[in-house]
Design a binder for this molecule. Structure first.
Ligand code: CA
Length: 518
């Protein structure tokens, strides 16, 4: 990847901000330079899988349309192959703010945190003359480094959420709504963003990160959606009925199930399905209840996005605002009888990513070029006219927005999930995804060398063009030996390039060495 050799000083030069001997002229120049640049509205929800957005044309598209999010695809661009590099909340958010893979930014798992000085994206946007705000789900524990913030502590509550607002002493700066005002978090977060947008200084462009809590579990919807989908039969994924056949020895029997397969962790129990039902009926009911609860939360997200669009339109800012929609990762919605994220399987690893900005994007564009969440920060910076610093590992995909694929655009993406057997019985793993193939190695070890016991290691290979639902593990089939060899070489290259080797974890490296050629 050719990287601009740029430093903080270079970007200051780019946007015409002097290094502050004369503060006033410098800030005036910054304000002038910033004036011509677009606003950036970055909207993200929590665990909203691409296949639960109708523009992605999945089995759910007809029963659960998302017209407002779809509008971004219709009037902008939709990325078919946007991937998370570590499919779980905190690490993905840390990657988005730093442009770095997990080992570089240090947020490997849910315990990760990001100190204000390492929140590069808002800091650089602020220095470049943008008015910055972070509203909604934050999850990075330390105080957000934005001009304004109003964020949920941790996961936050679905109803009547407490938030922490800038201006006070973190983390004691809590604001509460009146107890009788039982409002849903998606409505509250949209209200807060609208309030900030209406009250802000219009002489500067804005950079707003608007983060819904929904549709993270345990799904709770606003009352007005209580009856939604009541008479609807949610289509099932084919792989729901292939439980116990998860590709390799490494994944057999793993993962929280919808039905009774995983006795310790199954969703039917939490969906209050009658335990005496037979497996088939039990699973079918659990699936319907689970999906309906999830999709009601999705509807609340989509409706509130419509409210933000209305405001941008009425205030004449729709077309000079780059509008992005994504989720911190995907989500298994019954595929392979799994729920939750964490897996490198497609529904979990894939992130929705849609952008509307008529200034440079042709309406109705769809692209299958590969991008990942390390690329978001460099892209946002590029849209603001700033070169990304060389400590970011991603790359700006502004050329893709313009409809042009650079010759040296990456043809693969790296993945690593660290939390071995935590919460949902997912073994730790890493792998590589190209447009056609996905190779996964489950190394079966806890990186911390304590906690859950090691599990059986194993490889899985899928042909994503012939087998998009990952039903047939091709690893070990002689005709794929050449493909496997190439993918392993690519995997090594990416691990080394992105500081994702296991030098610090010899017990994992030992398993890798032992199984690399098995
Ligand atoms: Ca999440």
């Amino acid at each position: 990847m050719p990287k601009y050799v740029s430093t903080r000083r270079d970007f200051l030069r780019t946007v015409g901000v002097g290094l502050a001997a004369s503060v006033l002229p410098g800030s005036l120049r910054a304000a002038q330079a910033a004036k011509k640049r677009p606003n950036i509205l970055y909207m993200m929800s929590d665990d909203h899988a691409a296949h639960a957005i109708s523009a992605y044309r999945s089995r759910l598209a007809k029963v659960a349309p998302t017209p407002n999010i779809d509008r971004l695809a219709k009037e902008g661009i939709l990325f078919e192959n946007c991937f998370c590099t570590n499919s779980i909340c905190v690490p993905s958010r840390a990657t988005i703010l730093t442009g770095q893979h997990s080992q570089t930014n240090g947020a490997l798992d849910l315990g990760g945190r990001l100190e204000p000085e390492r929140q590069y994206l808002p800091k650089l946007m602020k220095q470049a003359g943008y008015e910055t705000a972070m509203i909604g789900k934050w999850h990075l524990k330390q105080e957000p480094a934005f001009d304004y913030y109003c964020v949920l502590p941790g996961q936050g509550s679905y109803f009547n959420p407490i938030l922490r607002e800038s201006g006070g002493q973190w983390p004691k700066n809590e604001i509460r709504f009146a107890r009788y005002d039982s409002r849903h978090s998606s409505d509250v977060i949209a209200d807060l963003s609208l309030k900030w947008l209406k009250g802000r200084d219009r002489s500067k462009p804005f950079f707003l990160m608007h983060h819904f809590k929904a549709p993270h579990d345990n799904f709770e919807n606003a009352e007005r959606y209580d009856w939604l989908f009541n008479d609807v039969d949610i289509p099932e994924p084919e792989s729901l009925w292939k439980s116990g056949n998860h590709g390799s020895e490494a994944t057999k029997g793993m993962g929280t199930s919808i039905g009774k397969r995983n006795k310790r962790r199954n969703m039917g129990h939490h969906m209050f399905v009658e335990e005496s039902l037979g497996e088939r009926q039990y699973k079918r009911q659990a699936y319907q209840r689970y999906l309906k609860k999830y999709l009601r939360c999705v509807r609340g997200v989509d409706d509130n996005i419509g409210r933000l669009f209305d405001y941008l339109e009425k205030s004449g800012q729709m077309d000079n605002t780059v509008i992005m929609y994504t989720s911190d990762q995907g989500m298994m919605l019954g595929e392979h009888d799994f729920i939750d994220k964490r897996w490198m399987y497609e529904e979990s690893m894939r992130m929705p990513f849609l952008v509307r900005y008529p200034g440079i994007i042709k309406a109705g564009t769809r692209t299958d070029e590969i991008i990942n969440n390390t690329d978001f920060a460099p892209t946002i910076l590029a849209l603001a006219g700033i070169e990304d610093p060389d400590y970011m590992q991603g790359r700006s995909f502004v050329p893709l927005l313009r409809g042009r694929t650079p010759d040296d655009w990456p043809k693969s993406t790296y993945y690593r999930y660290w939390m071995h057997m935590a919460h949902h019985d997912n073994p730790a793993h890493f792998g590589v995804r190209t447009k056609q193939y996905k190779l996964i190695f489950f190394y079966g070890q806890n990186y911390k060398k304590r906690g859950p016991k090691p599990t059986q290691p194993g490889w899985e290979l899928y042909d994503m063009k012939d087998d998009p639902h990952e039903m047939n593990n091709l690893y070990g089939k002689p005709q794929y030996a050449g493909v496997v060899k190439e993918l392993k070489a690519e995997l090594l290259r990416l691990r080394s390039k992105f500081n994702e080797t296991d030098e610090k974890y010899p017990h994992i490296q030992k398993v890798i060495d032992e199984y690399w050629n098995k």
